[in-house]
Design a binder for this molecule. Sequence first.
Ligand SMILES: C[S@@+](CC[C@H](N)C(=O)[O-])C[C@H]1O[C@@H](n2cnc3c(N)ncnc32)[C@H](O)[C@@H]1O
Length: 397
Amino acid sequence: MTARQLALAALLNWQKDPQSHLEQHIKGNLSPKDLDLAYTICRGVLKEKSFLKATLNRYLKKDKLPKATETILLIAAYQRLFLTKIPNYAIISEAVKLAKQKSPAHASLVNAVLRNLDRDITEGFDPNKQDLSLSERYSHPQELIDLINEETKDQALTEQILIWDNAKPKTFLRLKNGGHEECLDVKAAVNSPEFKRGEIYFMQLWSQAVANAAPVKDGGNVLDLCAAPGGKSLALLDRAKIKLTACDLSEARLETLRENFARLGYSNAPNVTITKLDAAEADKHFPPNSFDLVLLDAPCSSLGTIQRNPELRWRFKIDQLSEYAALQKSILKAAQTLVAPQGYLLYAVCSFAKKEREAIDLLRQDKNWLLKEEKLTYPGEQNLFDGGYFALFQKKK
Ligand SMILES: C[S@@+](CC[C@H](N)C(=O)[O-])C[C@H]1O[C@@H](n2cnc3c(N)ncnc32)[C@H](O)[C@@H]1O
Protein backbone atom coordinates (compact mmCIF):
# COMPACT_ATOMS: atom_id res chain seq x y z
CA MET A 1 0.00 0.00 0.00
CA THR A 2 1.22 3.52 -0.75
CA ALA A 3 0.74 6.67 1.32
CA ARG A 4 -1.86 8.03 -1.15
CA GLN A 5 -3.74 4.72 -1.28
CA LEU A 6 -3.95 4.76 2.51
CA ALA A 7 -4.96 8.45 2.56
CA LEU A 8 -7.74 7.74 0.04
CA ALA A 9 -9.01 4.69 1.95
CA ALA A 10 -8.87 6.58 5.27
CA LEU A 11 -10.73 9.63 3.94
CA LEU A 12 -13.42 7.49 2.27
CA ASN A 13 -13.86 5.41 5.44
CA TRP A 14 -14.07 8.53 7.54
CA GLN A 15 -16.73 9.97 5.20
CA LYS A 16 -18.82 6.84 5.75
CA ASP A 17 -18.66 7.39 9.51
CA PRO A 18 -17.98 11.07 10.22
CA GLN A 19 -18.51 10.52 13.97
CA SER A 20 -15.37 8.39 14.03
CA HIS A 21 -11.89 9.76 14.70
CA LEU A 22 -9.83 10.33 11.58
CA GLU A 23 -6.75 8.73 13.24
CA GLN A 24 -8.44 5.36 13.62
CA HIS A 25 -8.60 5.03 9.81
CA ILE A 26 -4.95 5.89 9.16
CA LYS A 27 -3.50 2.46 9.76
CA GLY A 28 -1.52 0.24 7.46
CA ASN A 29 1.68 -1.65 6.90
CA LEU A 30 3.67 1.37 5.69
CA SER A 31 7.06 2.83 6.50
CA PRO A 32 6.90 5.54 9.20
CA LYS A 33 7.68 8.12 6.49
CA ASP A 34 4.72 7.01 4.31
CA LEU A 35 2.44 6.76 7.32
CA ASP A 36 3.39 10.36 8.19
CA LEU A 37 2.65 11.46 4.64
CA ALA A 38 -0.76 9.72 4.66
CA TYR A 39 -1.50 11.39 7.98
CA THR A 40 -0.45 14.83 6.72
CA ILE A 41 -2.54 14.45 3.56
CA CYS A 42 -5.66 13.29 5.41
CA ARG A 43 -5.51 16.10 7.96
CA GLY A 44 -4.65 18.62 5.24
CA VAL A 45 -7.53 17.60 2.98
CA LEU A 46 -9.98 17.93 5.87
CA LYS A 47 -8.55 21.31 6.87
CA GLU A 48 -8.62 22.73 3.36
CA LYS A 49 -11.50 20.82 1.79
CA SER A 50 -13.73 23.71 0.67
CA PHE A 51 -10.77 25.78 -0.49
CA LEU A 52 -9.47 22.86 -2.55
CA LYS A 53 -12.95 22.17 -3.95
CA ALA A 54 -13.41 25.80 -4.95
CA THR A 55 -10.02 25.74 -6.68
CA LEU A 56 -10.75 22.48 -8.50
CA ASN A 57 -14.23 23.66 -9.53
CA ARG A 58 -12.59 25.99 -12.06
CA TYR A 59 -11.78 22.87 -14.07
CA LEU A 60 -14.90 20.80 -13.45
CA LYS A 61 -18.38 20.86 -14.92
CA LYS A 62 -21.25 20.91 -12.44
CA ASP A 63 -21.78 17.09 -12.58
CA LYS A 64 -21.37 15.34 -9.26
CA LEU A 65 -18.28 13.17 -9.20
CA PRO A 66 -18.10 9.83 -7.40
CA LYS A 67 -16.62 10.20 -3.89
CA ALA A 68 -13.43 8.30 -4.85
CA THR A 69 -12.71 10.58 -7.84
CA GLU A 70 -13.42 13.71 -5.85
CA THR A 71 -11.19 12.56 -3.00
CA ILE A 72 -8.32 11.64 -5.36
CA LEU A 73 -8.51 15.18 -6.77
CA LEU A 74 -8.55 16.71 -3.29
CA ILE A 75 -5.53 14.64 -2.24
CA ALA A 76 -3.57 15.74 -5.30
CA ALA A 77 -4.65 19.39 -5.07
CA TYR A 78 -3.67 19.48 -1.39
CA GLN A 79 -0.19 18.24 -2.24
CA ARG A 80 0.14 20.71 -5.13
CA LEU A 81 -1.01 23.71 -3.11
CA PHE A 82 0.35 22.98 0.36
CA LEU A 83 3.25 20.50 0.27
CA THR A 84 6.47 21.77 -1.18
CA LYS A 85 8.68 18.69 -1.32
CA ILE A 86 6.72 16.51 -3.75
CA PRO A 87 7.48 17.06 -7.46
CA ASN A 88 4.43 18.13 -9.47
CA TYR A 89 4.77 15.29 -11.99
CA ALA A 90 4.76 12.75 -9.16
CA ILE A 91 1.58 14.25 -7.67
CA ILE A 92 -0.22 13.92 -11.00
CA SER A 93 1.06 10.46 -11.92
CA GLU A 94 0.23 9.06 -8.46
CA ALA A 95 -3.28 10.53 -8.66
CA VAL A 96 -3.88 9.08 -12.13
CA LYS A 97 -2.59 5.68 -10.95
CA LEU A 98 -5.00 5.82 -8.02
CA ALA A 99 -7.87 6.86 -10.30
CA LYS A 100 -7.14 3.92 -12.65
CA GLN A 101 -7.48 1.59 -9.65
CA LYS A 102 -10.45 3.18 -7.88
CA SER A 103 -12.47 5.05 -10.52
CA PRO A 104 -11.11 4.08 -13.95
CA ALA A 105 -13.92 5.89 -15.80
CA HIS A 106 -12.54 9.19 -14.46
CA ALA A 107 -8.80 8.61 -14.78
CA SER A 108 -8.48 10.89 -17.81
CA LEU A 109 -10.57 13.59 -16.14
CA VAL A 110 -8.28 13.44 -13.08
CA ASN A 111 -5.28 13.75 -15.38
CA ALA A 112 -6.76 16.71 -17.30
CA VAL A 113 -7.90 18.64 -14.22
CA LEU A 114 -4.58 18.26 -12.41
CA ARG A 115 -2.54 19.15 -15.50
CA ASN A 116 -4.64 22.29 -16.02
CA LEU A 117 -4.28 23.28 -12.37
CA ASP A 118 -0.54 22.67 -12.50
CA ARG A 119 -0.16 24.69 -15.71
CA ASP A 120 -2.19 27.61 -14.35
CA ILE A 121 -0.19 27.75 -11.13
CA THR A 122 3.06 27.55 -13.05
CA GLU A 123 1.83 30.46 -15.19
CA GLY A 124 1.03 32.59 -12.15
CA PHE A 125 -2.49 31.66 -10.97
CA ASP A 126 -2.60 32.18 -7.18
CA PRO A 127 -5.46 30.20 -5.59
CA ASN A 128 -5.24 32.47 -2.53
CA LYS A 129 -6.28 35.43 -4.65
CA GLN A 130 -9.58 33.84 -5.71
CA ASP A 131 -12.75 35.64 -4.75
CA LEU A 132 -14.05 33.21 -2.13
CA SER A 133 -16.52 33.24 0.73
CA LEU A 134 -15.11 32.81 4.28
CA SER A 135 -16.54 29.31 4.26
CA GLU A 136 -14.59 28.43 1.11
CA ARG A 137 -11.42 30.24 2.06
CA TYR A 138 -11.12 28.70 5.53
CA SER A 139 -13.03 25.47 4.89
CA HIS A 140 -15.56 25.73 7.69
CA PRO A 141 -19.29 25.03 7.14
CA GLN A 142 -21.29 28.27 7.00
CA GLU A 143 -23.40 27.06 9.95
CA LEU A 144 -20.26 26.96 12.09
CA ILE A 145 -19.03 30.36 10.90
CA ASP A 146 -22.45 31.82 11.76
CA LEU A 147 -22.16 30.36 15.25
CA ILE A 148 -18.63 31.71 15.77
CA ASN A 149 -19.81 35.13 14.58
CA GLU A 150 -22.73 35.02 16.96
CA GLU A 151 -20.39 34.14 19.85
CA THR A 152 -17.64 36.67 19.13
CA LYS A 153 -19.82 39.44 17.63
CA ASP A 154 -16.58 40.47 16.00
CA GLN A 155 -15.83 39.69 12.33
CA ALA A 156 -12.08 40.13 12.76
CA LEU A 157 -11.96 37.74 15.73
CA THR A 158 -14.08 35.23 13.84
CA GLU A 159 -11.62 35.30 10.95
CA GLN A 160 -8.72 34.96 13.40
CA ILE A 161 -10.35 31.81 14.82
CA LEU A 162 -10.86 30.36 11.34
CA ILE A 163 -7.21 31.00 10.49
CA TRP A 164 -6.14 29.50 13.82
CA ASP A 165 -8.21 26.36 13.23
CA ASN A 166 -6.24 25.71 10.03
CA ALA A 167 -2.79 26.40 11.47
CA LYS A 168 -0.39 23.64 12.47
CA PRO A 169 -1.11 22.52 16.03
CA LYS A 170 1.52 22.34 18.74
CA THR A 171 1.74 19.55 21.26
CA PHE A 172 2.49 20.10 24.92
CA LEU A 173 3.76 18.02 27.77
CA ARG A 174 2.91 18.38 31.41
CA LEU A 175 5.77 17.75 33.74
CA LYS A 176 5.15 15.95 37.00
CA ASN A 177 6.39 19.02 38.89
CA GLY A 178 3.52 21.05 37.43
CA GLY A 179 5.49 22.78 34.67
CA HIS A 180 4.97 22.31 30.96
CA GLU A 181 6.96 22.32 27.75
CA GLU A 182 6.29 22.12 24.05
CA CYS A 183 6.88 18.70 22.56
CA LEU A 184 8.72 19.01 19.26
CA ASP A 185 9.05 15.28 18.57
CA VAL A 186 6.15 13.12 19.70
CA LYS A 187 7.86 9.81 18.85
CA ALA A 188 11.02 10.76 20.73
CA ALA A 189 8.93 11.84 23.73
CA VAL A 190 6.95 8.57 23.77
CA ASN A 191 10.18 6.56 23.65
CA SER A 192 11.96 8.66 26.27
CA PRO A 193 12.76 7.25 29.72
CA GLU A 194 10.96 10.26 31.27
CA PHE A 195 7.74 9.26 29.50
CA LYS A 196 8.10 5.61 30.50
CA ARG A 197 8.76 6.65 34.10
CA GLY A 198 5.64 8.81 34.02
CA GLU A 199 7.53 12.06 34.59
CA ILE A 200 5.99 13.69 31.53
CA TYR A 201 2.68 13.21 29.78
CA PHE A 202 0.80 14.76 26.91
CA MET A 203 -1.59 17.46 27.98
CA GLN A 204 -2.70 20.53 26.07
CA LEU A 205 -2.26 23.89 27.76
CA TRP A 206 -5.98 24.57 28.04
CA SER A 207 -6.43 21.29 29.94
CA GLN A 208 -3.49 22.18 32.16
CA ALA A 209 -5.09 25.56 32.92
CA VAL A 210 -8.32 23.82 33.95
CA ALA A 211 -6.46 21.35 36.19
CA ASN A 212 -4.43 24.18 37.73
CA ALA A 213 -7.65 26.07 38.57
CA ALA A 214 -8.85 23.20 40.76
CA PRO A 215 -8.30 23.91 44.46
CA VAL A 216 -6.78 20.73 45.87
CA LYS A 217 -5.04 20.16 49.16
CA ASP A 218 -3.58 17.18 50.97
CA GLY A 219 -6.26 14.92 52.39
CA GLY A 220 -8.96 16.32 50.06
CA ASN A 221 -11.66 13.99 48.75
CA VAL A 222 -11.97 14.60 45.00
CA LEU A 223 -14.48 13.29 42.46
CA ASP A 224 -13.71 13.53 38.73
CA LEU A 225 -17.00 12.70 37.03
CA CYS A 226 -15.94 12.62 33.36
CA ALA A 227 -12.36 11.60 33.90
CA ALA A 228 -11.16 9.57 30.91
CA PRO A 229 -8.52 9.43 29.57
CA GLY A 230 -7.37 10.88 32.87
CA GLY A 231 -5.23 13.93 32.09
CA LYS A 232 -6.82 16.26 34.62
CA SER A 233 -7.16 13.59 37.30
CA LEU A 234 -3.45 12.86 37.00
CA ALA A 235 -2.58 16.54 37.24
CA LEU A 236 -4.64 16.75 40.45
CA LEU A 237 -2.89 13.67 41.88
CA ASP A 238 0.45 15.34 41.14
CA ARG A 239 -0.58 18.52 42.88
CA ALA A 240 -1.65 17.16 46.29
CA LYS A 241 -2.09 13.95 48.28
CA ILE A 242 -5.77 13.60 47.52
CA LYS A 243 -8.22 10.72 47.63
CA LEU A 244 -9.54 10.49 44.08
CA THR A 245 -12.59 8.83 42.57
CA ALA A 246 -12.31 8.91 38.77
CA CYS A 247 -15.44 8.01 36.79
CA ASP A 248 -16.48 7.86 33.16
CA LEU A 249 -19.32 6.38 31.17
CA SER A 250 -17.10 4.82 28.51
CA GLU A 251 -15.42 1.53 29.41
CA ALA A 252 -13.04 1.87 26.44
CA ARG A 253 -11.92 5.31 27.60
CA LEU A 254 -11.61 4.05 31.19
CA GLU A 255 -9.26 1.38 29.88
CA THR A 256 -7.02 4.14 28.47
CA LEU A 257 -7.31 5.98 31.78
CA ARG A 258 -6.16 2.84 33.64
CA GLU A 259 -3.15 2.54 31.32
CA ASN A 260 -2.27 6.20 31.89
CA PHE A 261 -2.69 5.84 35.64
CA ALA A 262 -0.47 2.74 35.63
CA ARG A 263 2.27 4.51 33.68
CA LEU A 264 2.29 7.33 36.21
CA GLY A 265 2.49 4.88 39.10
CA TYR A 266 -1.13 4.93 40.23
CA SER A 267 -2.24 1.38 39.43
CA ASN A 268 -3.83 -0.12 42.57
CA ALA A 269 -2.99 3.08 44.45
CA PRO A 270 -4.95 2.97 47.74
CA ASN A 271 -6.04 6.59 47.30
CA VAL A 272 -7.52 6.04 43.80
CA THR A 273 -10.85 4.46 42.84
CA ILE A 274 -11.87 4.07 39.20
CA THR A 275 -15.57 3.56 38.47
CA LYS A 276 -17.73 3.25 35.37
CA LEU A 277 -20.63 5.57 35.94
CA ASP A 278 -23.25 7.71 34.23
CA ALA A 279 -22.42 11.08 35.77
CA ALA A 280 -26.06 12.18 35.45
CA GLU A 281 -26.81 9.48 38.05
CA ALA A 282 -23.85 10.27 40.29
CA ASP A 283 -26.18 11.49 43.05
CA LYS A 284 -27.52 7.92 43.32
CA HIS A 285 -24.02 6.46 43.80
CA PHE A 286 -22.45 8.80 46.32
CA PRO A 287 -23.83 10.32 49.51
CA PRO A 288 -24.69 14.03 49.37
CA ASN A 289 -22.05 16.57 50.46
CA SER A 290 -19.26 13.97 50.33
CA PHE A 291 -16.52 15.58 48.20
CA ASP A 292 -14.27 18.60 48.76
CA LEU A 293 -13.98 19.03 45.01
CA VAL A 294 -16.09 17.76 42.13
CA LEU A 295 -14.52 18.19 38.70
CA LEU A 296 -17.04 18.18 35.88
CA ASP A 297 -15.05 18.22 32.65
CA ALA A 298 -18.23 17.82 30.68
CA PRO A 299 -18.82 16.04 27.38
CA CYS A 300 -19.09 18.83 24.82
CA SER A 301 -18.87 19.77 21.14
CA SER A 302 -15.07 20.32 21.49
CA LEU A 303 -15.36 23.36 19.22
CA GLY A 304 -12.28 24.83 20.87
CA THR A 305 -10.10 22.00 19.59
CA ILE A 306 -10.72 22.11 15.82
CA GLN A 307 -7.08 22.95 15.14
CA ARG A 308 -6.06 19.57 16.56
CA ASN A 309 -9.13 17.73 15.26
CA PRO A 310 -9.84 19.07 11.76
CA GLU A 311 -12.67 16.61 11.12
CA LEU A 312 -14.78 18.11 13.94
CA ARG A 313 -15.90 21.02 11.77
CA TRP A 314 -17.51 18.69 9.25
CA ARG A 315 -19.68 16.94 11.78
CA PHE A 316 -20.78 20.14 13.49
CA LYS A 317 -24.55 20.53 13.65
CA ILE A 318 -26.04 23.45 15.52
CA ASP A 319 -28.64 21.15 17.16
CA GLN A 320 -25.85 19.19 18.84
CA LEU A 321 -25.21 22.16 21.10
CA SER A 322 -28.69 21.84 22.62
CA GLU A 323 -28.17 18.10 23.07
CA TYR A 324 -24.85 18.70 24.84
CA ALA A 325 -26.39 21.48 26.92
CA ALA A 326 -29.15 19.12 28.12
CA LEU A 327 -26.58 16.46 29.07
CA GLN A 328 -24.35 19.04 30.78
CA LYS A 329 -27.33 20.32 32.80
CA SER A 330 -28.35 16.85 33.92
CA ILE A 331 -24.79 16.01 35.01
CA LEU A 332 -24.33 19.31 36.83
CA LYS A 333 -27.64 18.85 38.64
CA ALA A 334 -26.41 15.54 40.04
CA ALA A 335 -22.84 16.79 40.65
CA GLN A 336 -23.76 19.80 42.76
CA THR A 337 -25.46 17.64 45.42
CA LEU A 338 -22.16 15.85 46.06
CA VAL A 339 -20.08 18.88 47.05
CA ALA A 340 -19.47 19.31 50.77
CA PRO A 341 -20.12 22.70 52.43
CA GLN A 342 -17.14 24.99 51.67
CA GLY A 343 -16.21 22.55 48.89
CA TYR A 344 -15.80 23.35 45.20
CA LEU A 345 -17.30 22.45 41.86
CA LEU A 346 -15.18 23.03 38.77
CA TYR A 347 -17.14 22.97 35.51
CA ALA A 348 -15.20 22.90 32.22
CA VAL A 349 -15.82 22.43 28.51
CA CYS A 350 -13.40 22.69 25.58
CA SER A 351 -15.93 24.77 23.71
CA PHE A 352 -16.55 28.49 23.57
CA ALA A 353 -20.25 28.16 22.68
CA LYS A 354 -22.55 30.03 25.07
CA LYS A 355 -25.02 27.18 24.96
CA GLU A 356 -22.44 24.92 26.60
CA ARG A 357 -22.16 27.10 29.65
CA GLU A 358 -25.90 27.35 30.24
CA ALA A 359 -25.64 24.49 32.74
CA ILE A 360 -23.90 26.65 35.30
CA ASP A 361 -26.87 29.03 35.47
CA LEU A 362 -28.17 26.55 38.03
CA LEU A 363 -25.32 27.53 40.39
CA ARG A 364 -25.19 31.19 39.39
CA GLN A 365 -28.83 31.58 40.40
CA ASP A 366 -28.42 29.71 43.69
CA LYS A 367 -27.37 31.93 46.60
CA ASN A 368 -25.68 28.96 48.23
CA TRP A 369 -23.01 28.97 45.51
CA LEU A 370 -20.29 31.52 45.01
CA LEU A 371 -18.55 32.00 41.66
CA LYS A 372 -14.84 32.14 42.51
CA GLU A 373 -13.28 32.20 39.04
CA GLU A 374 -14.27 31.81 35.40
CA LYS A 375 -12.37 31.86 32.16
CA LEU A 376 -13.46 31.92 28.54
CA THR A 377 -10.92 31.65 25.76
CA TYR A 378 -11.39 31.56 22.04
CA PRO A 379 -9.08 29.27 20.09
CA GLY A 380 -5.62 30.79 19.87
CA GLU A 381 -6.14 33.29 22.69
CA GLN A 382 -4.23 33.83 25.94
CA ASN A 383 -1.45 31.40 24.99
CA LEU A 384 -3.76 28.53 25.86
CA PHE A 385 -4.10 27.33 22.25
CA ASP A 386 -7.47 25.52 22.53
CA GLY A 387 -10.63 27.45 23.18
CA GLY A 388 -12.73 26.61 26.20
CA TYR A 389 -14.55 27.70 29.29
CA PHE A 390 -14.32 26.88 32.97
CA ALA A 391 -16.07 28.12 36.09
CA LEU A 392 -15.11 27.41 39.68
CA PHE A 393 -17.88 27.61 42.29
CA GLN A 394 -17.75 27.24 46.06
CA LYS A 395 -20.67 25.88 48.07
CA LYS A 396 -21.42 28.01 51.12
CA LYS A 397 -23.22 25.45 53.29
C1 LIG B 1 -13.88 16.14 27.91
S1 LIG B 1 -13.77 14.43 28.06
C2 LIG B 1 -12.93 14.23 29.59
C3 LIG B 1 -11.44 14.46 29.52
C4 LIG B 1 -10.78 14.16 30.85
N1 LIG B 1 -11.34 14.93 31.94
C5 LIG B 1 -9.28 14.41 30.83
O1 LIG B 1 -8.82 15.46 31.28
O2 LIG B 1 -8.55 13.55 30.31
C6 LIG B 1 -15.41 14.03 28.49
C7 LIG B 1 -15.61 12.62 28.97
O3 LIG B 1 -16.99 12.48 29.37
C8 LIG B 1 -17.34 11.14 29.19
N2 LIG B 1 -18.81 11.08 29.27
C9 LIG B 1 -19.72 11.37 28.32
N3 LIG B 1 -20.97 11.22 28.83
C10 LIG B 1 -20.82 10.85 30.13
C11 LIG B 1 -21.74 10.55 31.18
N4 LIG B 1 -23.06 10.62 30.98
N5 LIG B 1 -21.23 10.18 32.37
C12 LIG B 1 -19.90 10.11 32.56
N6 LIG B 1 -18.99 10.39 31.61
C13 LIG B 1 -19.45 10.75 30.41
C14 LIG B 1 -16.72 10.77 27.87
O4 LIG B 1 -16.57 9.37 27.77
C15 LIG B 1 -15.38 11.52 27.95
O5 LIG B 1 -14.38 10.65 28.41
